[in-house]
Design a binder for this molecule. Structure first.
Ligand SMILES: Cc1cc2nc3c(=O)[nH]c(=O)nc-3n(C[C@H](O)[C@H](O)[C@H](O)COP(=O)(O)OP(=O)(O)OC[C@H]3O[C@@H](n4cnc5c(N)ncnc54)[C@H](O)[C@@H]3O)c2cc1C
Ligand code: FES
Length: 339
């Protein structure tokens, strides 16, 4: 039996089969609602149920019992028992087809100890388009998946994807990448996935707050802004532990020198005396709090460590008047976080 879902305020409608999750039904019919992990872990698909009868199928920490009682649901794990009306942002642009493709590693470089910059060659005869900020999944031999954000805007000419991958010792994929994988190896991908991308309908100044390899999707977004001639003011805060972890520091400095209204603030949390670090220190979200008394008229894009994304969301929306709808995020959840 099928039911109808209505999305407010856009009034988009789509059909849903019995037992199907609301997010899956929406994406199947090309109604693009915000999502990240599709796994009940990141909270990106949270939406308000305005009317109708739903069943929550998650036991996730990404939503509280209080939120459920107030009508909030994780659409990636919610089924329906009647026609339902929800309130959610429909993403109009960037609904590129999701494809499964073989790719070949064409370069692996290590700008700093635990970071690998990987370039993948896409098949020559298959268009692969995406928005800066989206990610791909590697599909490993046993079907396990690992997600990585594209670190470049679409390169339609040479069809190369760039990724920035941090080694997590003991990790299924990154242990292999940093030990046995080599150029010319074939890796199967699925993408583009996720809806983290620049809101093209806004002219608000952007605050980019990133930790570690959260720099990757932001690099893709900055390149996309350059491609599209978008000149919104940008303040980029990049938080890492030690100065050498700013693996593309010179590129970010170059943006600050060459892109109008672009500022770059590197923030170091664990500098040692021998680092002679004279710049900003502490947690990256605290640096934003120090610099902005009010974020009401801004958009914030936060990506990287899940703990940073969570604390930034909490602090900016409760103490700096950032509207909930102006916080865009991509938490780099690992398989362990999703358990
Ligand atoms: C949307 C998205 C985008 C992402 N983009 C990027 C990106 O651009 N760059 C990037 O570097 N990462 C990114 N990530 C993170 C990435 O997907 C992987 O989670 C990460 O690389 C670790 O993968 P792995 O297979 O090496 O480790 P996993 O096998 O997932 O293990 C992760 C860590 O947890 C430990 N561990 C595993 N199981 C347990 C357990 N049961 N108890 C305790 N510890 C455990 C491991 O030892 C390891 O240190 C992204 C994640 C998401 C969701
Ligand atoms: S997409 Fe639903 S919780 Fe991540």
């Amino acid at each position: 039996m099928s039911h109808t879902i209505t999305v407010l305020p856009s009034n988009d409608t789509f059909q849903i089969n019995s037992g199907e999750f609301i997010l899956d039904a929406a994406l199947r019919q090309n109604v693009i609602l915000p999502y990240g992990c599709k796994d009940g872990a990141c909270g990106s698909c949270k939406a308000m149920i305005v009317s109708g009868d739903v069943t929550h199928n998650d036991k996730s920490n990404a939503i509280t019992d209080e939120e459920r009682e107030h009508g909030v649901a994780l659409l990636c794990h919610t089924t329906v028992n009647s026609d339902v009306t929800i309130e959610a942002r429909v993403i109009a642009s960037g609904a590129y087809p999701i494809k499964k493709l073989p790719t070949r590693i064409i370069s692996m470089t290590r700008p700093s100890g635990d970071i690998m910059l990987v370039e993948l060659q896409l098949p020559a005869n298959d268009a692969f388009e995406y928005r800066g900020g989206q990610y791909i999944d590697f599909i490993l031999r046993d079907g396990t998946r690992r997600s990585y954000s594209m670190a470049c805007a679409p390169r339609l000419d040479d069809k190369i994807l760039e990724l920035h991958i941090r080694h997590m010792p003991g990790g299924v994929f990154t242990d292999q990448l940093f030990s046995s994988m080599k150029e010319r190896d074939i890796l199967r991908i699925e993408g583009p996935l996720g809806t983290f991308s620049l809101n093209l309908d806004s002219h608000a100044p952007c605050v980019f707050v990133v930790s570690g390899t959260g720099f990757a999707p932001i690099k893709a977004i900055v390149e996309e802004m350059q491609q599209k001639g978008i000149t919104r003011p940008v303040a980029l805060y990049w938080g890492v532990r030690r100065p050498q972890d700013l693996y593309l520091h010179e590129l970010a400095q170059n943006w600050a020198q060459t892109i109008p209204n672009f500022t770059y603030i590197p923030v170091i949390s664990d500098a040692l005396p021998e680092d002679n670090w004279a710049g900003r220190s502490g947690f990256v979200h605290d640096a934003v709090l120090n610099d902005f008394a009010d974020l009401f008229a801004h958009e914030v894009y936060a990506c990287g460590a899940p703990a940073m994304v969570q604390v930034a969301h909490e602090a900016f929306t409760t103490t700096r008047r950032l509207p909930e709808s102006a916080f865009y995020s991509d938490a780099f959840l690992s398989a362990k976080d999703k358990k």
